[in-house]
Write a protein that binds this ligand. Structure first.
Ligand SMILES: [Zn+2]
Length: 209
């Protein structure tokens, strides 16, 4: 089962073909438009031919096209970000052990949250889904069809996030909205993210373990 991604509201009275951009490499339609004037833009990569282009994500045009692009690696370059502290790793292990013991009784619902332990890099997005600010490291601790839970050592204050998850199938990129955020012990933060768009074609399996 792959994750279901919620659609953004559809814009009416917009000339879609005029603002939609085609990949300069393979001519496929992409959910990207060129930046205008001094607009902040992101660097994108076509999933089919790997051509890079600057642009602004416009999911309202055709939400199903999100799988044709992904953000270029530099947007998730966490080489200068704080590593995950050992104390946070321990907290994740404790959380997962606790979840496992409760799983049998509590998680028999239709959209189970599956405990996991996956390294990720997150970056805040502005209201046009364009990355801003510095990337941060996170550990994804549960996954469901519509969202995920993660732990971070630093405060997460962006309302929208891009998340790149390292999993066995490769790097998975997701755009989501911050649904809730709580401080847990030692100032670490537990944040819930509701998925809005899955970028690229790599499928992230959500399976009960
Ligand atoms: Zn292309």
């Amino acid at each position: 089962m792959s994750m279901k991604v919620a659609d953004e509201p559809v814009l009416s009275a917009v000339n879609f073909s005029a603002i939609r951009q085609r990949c300069p490499g393979c001519q496929r339609a992409l959910p990207i438009r060129p930046p205008q004037n001094d607009e902040t833009f992101a660097e994108w990569q076509c999933e089919a031919c790997h051509t890079r282009l600057a642009g602004i994500f416009v999911p309202e045009i055709v939400p199903t096209l999100a799988d044709r692009v992904r953000l270029c690696p530099q947007h998730f370059d966490a080489s200068r970000a704080e590593p995950i502290p050992p104390e946070l790793r321990k907290l994740v292990a404790k959380f997962l052990a606790g979840r496992e013991s409760r799983l049998a009784t509590h998680e028999r619902r239709r959209n189970p949250r599956v405990p996991c332990d996956l390294d990720a890099v997150i970056v805040g997005l502005d209201d046009r889904w364009t990355p801003h600010g510095q990337p941060m490291r996170a550990v994804v601790i549960d996954l469901a069809e519509h969202g995920l839970g993660m732990m971070t050592a630093q405060r997460v204050d962006a309302a929208r996030l891009a998340i790149q998850i390292q999993c066995s199938a490769g790097l998975v990129q997701l755009f989501g909205r911050t649904a809730w955020s709580n401080f847990v012990s030692d100032g670490f933060q537990n944040t819930g993210v509701e998925f809005r768009h899955r970028l690229g074609r790599t499928t992230l399996k959500v399976e009960e373990q």
